[in-house]
Design a protein around this ligand. Structure first.
Ligand code: GLU
Length: 182
């Protein structure tokens, strides 16, 4: 389990996300990534190495809503493909912890037609929220319905193109700290 930083602001949030990840580096990690919402929609940047490498890849990226992650792999090798955020239908998820029932959820979502592109337990969370959104739920209700199906320990942050001024976070057995800056 490693680290999550997420923020909604009135200015470009990329430097805040990178600084937050930098401060979490002491915990150890194998890869890093971030997702942003900007005028072009959802943008994702990931790197299999250090936060410094992610910063190079993210040069010039902008967004006022963003989520970022350093990963300590539990399911799937350390690689860019397995690095968070994981995405599905305009939403992105970062996760610390382990989804214990990921195999059953993966089978259920595969049967619904979702294609998995990583080996992580986390990717089920992205597709599960997307599948709940298709039931006409709003972003919050869909995320809540998806989280109710998860077993395990998690801290999660989720963003969604359809509701760009919002980040939804959730925790179970993993710590998560919320702050407001004025
Ligand atoms: N279980 C997730 C993965 O392997 C999250 C690991 C973490 O806490 O960084 O991708």
């Amino acid at each position: 389990m490693c680290g999550i930083v997420a923020a909604v602001a009135e200015c470009n949030i990329v430097s805040v996300l990178l600084e937050g990840l930098h401060r979490l580096e002491y915990r150890g990690y194998d890869s890093a990534g971030l997702a942003l919402l900007n005028d072009s929609g959802l943008q994702r940047v990931r790197a299999a190495g250090r936060v410094a490498e992610l910063a190079v890849q993210a040069a010039g990226a902008t967004g006022k809503t963003g989520i970022a992650h350093t990963r300590w792999a539990t399911h799937g090798v350390p690689s860019e493909r397995n690095a968070h955020p994981h995405v599905s239908d305009g939403l992105a998820v970062v996760h610390n912890g382990i989804i214990e029932n990921h195999e059953a959820l993966r089978a259920q979502l595969t049967a619904q037609g979702y294609a998995f592109v990583s080996d992580t337990d986390t990717e089920v969370v992205a597709h599960l929220i997307a599948s709940e959104l298709k039931k006409n739920a709003d972003f919050f209700s869909a995320t809540r319905a998806a989280i109710a199906q998860l077993q395990g320990a998690y801290a999660l942050a989720v963003l969604c193109e359809a509701e760009p001024d919002k980040i939804i976070v959730a925790r179970e057995g993993s710590p998560l700290l919320l702050g407001v800056a004025v």
